[in-house]
Design a protein around this ligand. Sequence first.
Ligand code: UGA
Length: 470
Amino acid sequence: MKKVCVIGTGYVGLVGAAVFADWGNSVVGVDIDEKKIAKIEEGIMPIYEPGLDEVVLRNIKTGKLSFTTSLAEGMKDADMILICVGTPMSDTGAADLSYVWAVAKEIGQNLKKGDKYVVIITKSTVPVGTNERVKQIVREYAEEGVEFDVASNPEFLAEGRALEDMKETDRTVVGTENERALTVLREFYGHLDAPMVECDLRTAEMIKYASNAILATKISFINEIGQLCERAGADVGLVAKGMGYDKRIGRHFLNVSIGYGGSCFPKDVAALYKTSTEEAYDFKLLRSVMEVNDSQMHHFVRKIRKVFGINMEGKKIACLGLAFKADTDDIRDSKAIKIVRELRGHGATVSVYDPQAMENSRRELGDKDITYAEDMYSAVKDVDAVCILTEWGEFKNIDIEKLWRAMGSSKRKFVFDGRNLLDQKKVEAQGFTYFAVGKRTNGYNEFLLEDEEKRGFVTTALLKSQNGKK
Ligand code: UGA
């Protein structure tokens, strides 16, 4: 059992605090936001994360988990201090480390001679070299003779499944400079049934970025394969399936989309690229990963423009899904939000629905020309087209016939499926003009095929064979 102080009650900090308490440790969560802390103590979580409120409340009740706004109080007698503050993207693409520096300084100021040995652990995603600087800052502000070490222990949890990810991690990464700190972390994580990668600080920091970057690369890769599949007449879903059975490749993160979003991939890929330029290296692959991701959303909107033209005034479009992915209310860097904005920019009237992200979206998008619907079938009432933007299970299970009826009497009914959630055969058989990502559909064949041929993307032979099939 360790005395643990967790600084920051965002995704990583709050989930971490709850899980560490569940493991039997005595945990204090620290956050400067008084209101946030008060709400957490009442069981109102600042984020939507399945099961989190229950674990937090249970551990508050048993006294293993408490919260404070005072760092001095939180870190009193702690064996481990975990830094879990945000590292948002700055204007230059680099990670903004101001919160990390501020916390390091405050930790230092509160470390007094005679305090017990403590390990300061960074869980926030931070660029290579950050932990060395954290150590210098703490040393600078701490009293002479204070005993502490710094460790890098990146977190690999994904939103929406954060509790499982933390409890059943695939691996634990611990970067330290000495055995004493390593022993503390080995004891802390020793009960987990997962390998522990022990390394130096810089390597641990790099492992986190490299992990997110390869996942983002897989997404951009499959999105590009999807672009090719549409033009060449193949089906990207089956391509991913066929590739995925190869254990060396794996099926995960090979789902085509409107591009990856969220608070991690866009920020971390950009930060890693920035690191590469600072190290006088041009990480070309990463540059392309970012470019492909940006263009993916535009390719999707282009399909809608092909149907309705640039001026969409008088057109009603429903957008299902606003969160950057399913099972979260998080809309940070959500491509769905960007698409709603673009459609509105083209003059369309947009109705939206998301199972969890309505409140956040209303705050972000405002009310002008947007209807916030109670459920998916109300959102699609009398619209000309439906866009599916987030991979929520409830959209996957949408009743196609009910969707058709709900859309009312429009002459033609269009579905733009940005996540390939729907069953193409069923949707087309119902009479919809359907567009998906990375495969030919009746909508693609009618509105895009010839255009692609003119642009030289599709060979004449392919076009002829496809026309024959129409
Ligand atoms: C990601 C990583 O998956 C976590 O391992 C990591 O710890 C976390 O970032 C972090 O650095 O904190 P998260 O951002 O919560 O987690 O979400 P993901 O499930 O990875 O999805 C990211 C984006 O990629 C979403 O927009 C999602 O829709 C998209 N995506 C994902 C695809 O477009 N295709 C896929 O096949 C998978």
